[in-house]
Design a protein around this ligand. Structure first.
Ligand code: C5P
Length: 220
């Protein structure tokens, strides 16, 4: 009896994090936010002061970074090189530079290996979310889901996340520019073979969680 693995991919603001956390809570599974790992090593590389235009130097900083990440869906934190960076990984500075790391194949390989180790060591199963979980990190997952939402809907949700206190230019940067950057990494807008595509644009969070739990029950 292998522990259940649920893989969820989607763009920023697609609702994948809230959905993944909600599903993990409902089913008593661990939760892995792989984006937080990309963000954490971005903080490490920025702290190290290496030149962002030198992929070998960035890779060395990423490979040397020690990451500790919580997998409790109710208590999320991340530490890099012993320092708590839970808040810092959400800063505009981190968001702006994360693609520097994410576009380097050696950095991705390093993070993918760490992510697989975390998934394999979750005794009671796990919900992992990101951009390449259904295709690269855990292609053998029991449930593989691509969650999408219209850009307008994603921007509106992100604005709500910020309590309305974000200007439209920053919002577009967070959603549209990151879409463009991330689209060069992996194709997370079309579902790969065997991956269920769910458009959550006009679904509530509860409805989306229900749908994923339904898929998980069928997979058991
Ligand atoms: O999910 P989140 O928006 O926090 O991810 C931050 C960034 O990390 C993404 O914009 C993307 O560049 C990168 N990422 C990735 N592969 C993943 C998760 C995140 O390339 N599995």
């Amino acid at each position: 009896e292998n522990p259940l693995v649920i893989a969820i991919d989607g763009a920023s603001g697609s609702g994948k994090s809230s959905t993944a956390r909600g599903v993990a809570k409902r089913l008593g599974l661990a939760y892995l936010d792989t984006g937080a790992m990309y963000r954490a090593v971005t903080v490490a590389y920025l702290d190290s002061g290496v030149d962002g235009s030198d992929p070998a130097a960035v890779t060395a900083a990423v490979e040397a970074a020690q990451i500790e990440i919580a997998t409790d869906p109710d208590d999320q934190w991340v530490r890099v090189n012993g320092r708590d960076v839970t808040d810092e990984i959400r800063s505009q500075r981190t968001s702006t530079h994360v693609s520097t790391v994410a576009v380097i194949p050696e950095c991705r390989a390093n993070l993918v290996a760490r992510q697989r180790a975390i998934i394999e060591s979750a005794p009671n199963g796990i919900v992992a979310e990101g951009r390449d979980i259904t295709t690269v990190v855990a292609p053998d997952a029991d449930v593989r889901l691509l969650l999408s939402a219209d850009p307008e809907v994603r921007m509106a949700r992100r604005k709500l996340d910020h309590g309305g206190q974000i200007d439209d230019a920053a919002l577009r940067d967070q959603i549209l520019r990151r879409d463009a950057d991330d689209s060069t990494l992996v194709d997370f807008t079309t579902a790969a073979d065997g991956v269920v595509h769910l458009d959550g644009s006009f679904m509530t969070l509860e409805q989306t969680i229900d749908a994923v739990v339904g898929l998980a029950e069928r997979a058991l």
